[in-house]
Write a protein that binds this ligand. Structure first.
Ligand code: FRU
Length: 474
């Protein structure tokens, strides 16, 4: 099938054709970054999972590579599910979940999931070596291994669903990548938080340890639109051979509609970055009519600030994609809408508002607004409720609803907004909060406007850049 361009991203990772879900095997090895991903190359719907593969020298420009893992062996007959990559003395090694349906198909069928290993000489072609870890008694859902090395020892976290249908994360240690021992349960739900914790990742951030995972099976009770519960983390302290002591309960990592299954990795210069799947299982996917589905978020750098909050900011490398800039001097708007002569098809916007002085009931930005205003995505401050709102109720095919967060304290509101054909990512106040959502408005007439309703609002700085593509020129 010929892929259509209308929603296909210019600066986000997406499959060349077919289906994509979780980012897998993020690693830096031999001077290259690797991103693998859950992939069904023959269809724009989920199916027997392959591992797609992309590489980059600079985290900005990416190249598609041949498919790295194909299911079909006895241990991964029905899918090479999510997992990770490690650089084992220069050998790029993949650790992933082999998935087999025993009876029935779908979440209710019996399954067998085991952790498997594959290695590569050239970083492109992989040889499978079979099963390295089988599930403990009573555990059937057992997947998404994440491996790291610490003090000369290997460690692995695996997501699981226990016999009482509670999510948990199991910890293993290894004397080699082939010899593993179950250390125990690293963390377990102490209240209802999904029946299965998918895609766990466990790593140090500042002086803490962060356990990131994606709870599956949350009921979006009380919400008009689904996808209420997304990936998040719990924070605590840990060292090998000690329990993980919890210091902060589950927090969502991103407050938009479409963010799931993130995985982290360490850059060549030691920063902790992540990619997430910029979609959700329950989301509508109008791009399936175009021969593809699913893409990843921008690479985001994680940090822990002085208040102990986790921050997430676009990787600084992405500044290399900025092209023509359009800057406005400081201005105010009073009961007014100011349409700018620039496009929101493929753009980055950096703007600051004086929220101390701005008294308007609502003020913000309209993104991807069509000339007839039938389509518009809004990001605004609601001063009455003191909320920051991402409104995609008129954002195009198949989507709807609002997402909002508490308006942060402070005199200024700093926003960095990335728009890439079918996505919006908003980073608030240096990554204190992020909101990520997919949108599917028409490609034509994608304007940008700033507005203030019932009062005055003060925009201090505004810069807009056209963004270049991350893919090689055809
Ligand atoms: C998360 C997930 C993983 C699994 C993969 C299958 O989105 O359900 O738990 O390994 O997707 O594609």
């Amino acid at each position: 099938k010929q892929r259509k361009a209308r929603f296909y991203p210019a600066f986000h990772l997406a499959p060349p054709t077919g289906w994509m879900n979780d980012p897998n095997g993020l690693a830096y090895c031999d001077g290259r970054y690797h991103v693998f991903y859950q992939h069904h190359p023959y269809d724009e719907h989920w199916g027997p999972m392959h591992w797609g593969h992309m590489t980059s020298h600079d985290l900005v420009h990416w190249q598609h590579q041949p498919i790295a893992l194909v299911p079909g062996d006895a241990f991964d007959r029905d899918g090479c599910f999510s997992g990770c990559a490690v650089n084992d003395n220069g050998v790029l090694t993949l650790i992933y979940t082999g998935h087999v349906w025993l009876q029935g198909v779908g979440n209710d069928g019996a399954i067998r999931q085991v952790q498997c290993i594959a290695t590569s000489e050239d970083g492109l072609h992989f040889t499978k070596h079979g099963v390295i870890v089988t599930p403990p008694d009573g555990i059937m859902h057992f997947r998404d291994p994440k491996v790291w090395k610490q003090n000369g020892r290997w460690f692995m976290v695996v997501g699981a669903r226990d016999a009482n249908d509670r999510g948990q994360v199991l910890l293993y240690s290894g004397t080699s990548l082939f010899q593993w021992r179950l250390e125990g349960v690293l963390a377990k739900a102490d209240r209802w938080l999904g029946y299965m914790w998918e895609c766990p990742d466990f790593f140090p951030l500042g002086d803490k340890y962060l356990l990131m995972f994606s709870p599956q099976g949350m009921t979006p009770e009380g919400y008009r639109y689904r996808n209420r519960f997304q990936s998040g983390y719990i924070l605590g302290r840990w060292q090998p051979d000690h329990p993980f002591t919890l210091e902060q309960h589950f927090q969502e990592l991103d407050s938009g509609h479409d963010f799931y299954a993130p995985q982290s990795f360490v850059t060549a210069d030691g920063r902790r970055l992540l990619f997430g799947w910029m979609d959700m299982w329950e989301s509508e996917r109008p791009t399936q009519a175009d021969g593809w589905a699913g893409c990843l978020t921008l690479p985001r750098e994680l940090s822990l600030d002085a208040q102990g909050r986790v921050r997430m900011m676009p990787a600084r490398e992405l500044q290399a994609l900025r092209r023509e800039a359009h800057t406005l001097p400081a201005f105010s708007l009073k009961n007014q809408r100011r349409r700018l002569g620039i496009s929101a098809l493929q753009a980055e916007i950096h703007m600051t508002w004086d929220i101390q002085k701005s008294q308007a009931e609502r003020f913000g930005i309209e993104i991807a607004v069509s000339d007839d205003r039938r389509y518009v995505t809004r990001f605004y401050v609601d001063t009455q409720s003191r909320r920051l709102v991402l409104d995609r109720s008129q954002s195009g095919l198949g989507v709807g609803g609002y997402r909002s967060v508490t308006l942060p304290d402070g005199d200024t509101l700093d926003l960095r907004i990335f728009i890439d054909r079918s996505s919006v990512e908003v980073f608030v106040n240096q990554g204190e909060t992020c909101l990520t959502s997919r949108i599917y408005p028409p490609t034509e007439g994608r304007g940008i406007a700033l507005y203030a309703e019932n009062g005055e609002a003060y925009c201090q700085t505004f810069t807009h850049w056209q963004m270049a593509s991350i893919y090689p020129e055809p």
